[in-house]
Design a protein around this ligand. Structure first.
Ligand code: NI
Length: 161
């Protein structure tokens, strides 16, 4: 089982590299990432499992499990929405974050086929959160600086000992 990297690890703030080839190794990684988050979360990105590659997976209720390779967010809505987020790399911390309500994303799946998803609701939210991981951005980085400091203080409190 893949280990999940937590806050403080340098890889979480690094920009991930494009996947060069969608081969058996990448397929295996996608599968293992879905396994690693089963029962714990609804999205996981490469850097969170120590793979600095542009890949993330989602498994949102009402949607099939998905693997996004070299994703691009090609459109976001003007409408913003405030939704509570968590992150397997910042366990126990849940905070409201404002982001666009809808996104259109293009990516390749684990079979090497291109696909487009137009998403709203929770799927749109997860896609944006996971895409940020590929850019080295965590959900706390989307907060205003005062709120971010508070969030980090409560994270340290929550995970102490
Ligand atoms: Ni996360």
């Amino acid at each position: 089982m893949l280990d999940i990297v937590t806050y403080g690890s340098e890889i979480l703030s690094r920009k991930a590299e494009p996947v060069k080839e969608i081969d058996a190794e990448i397929r295996k990684l996608g599968h293992e990432m879905l396994e690693a988050m089963a029962g714990k979360g609804i999205g996981l990105a490469g850097p969170q499992v120590n793979e600095c590659l542009r890949i993330f997976v989602t498994n949102v209720e009402g949607d099939k499990p998905r693997v996004f390779i070299n994703p691009e967010i090609v459109q976001t809505s003007q409408e913003l929405v405030n939704i509570e987020e968590g992150c397997l790399s910042l366990p126990k911390l849940y905070l409201d974050v404002i982001r666009p309500e809808f996104v259109r994303v293009q990516a390749w799946n684990e079979k090497g086929r291109p696909f487009t998803v137009e998403a709203g609701g929770l799927l749109a939210r997860v896609i944006q959160h996971e895409y940020d991981h590929l850019e080295g951005i965590l959900f706390i980085d989307r907060l205003k600086s005062g709120k971010r400091d508070k969030a980090l203080a409560s994270y340290r409190r929550l995970t102490k000992g």
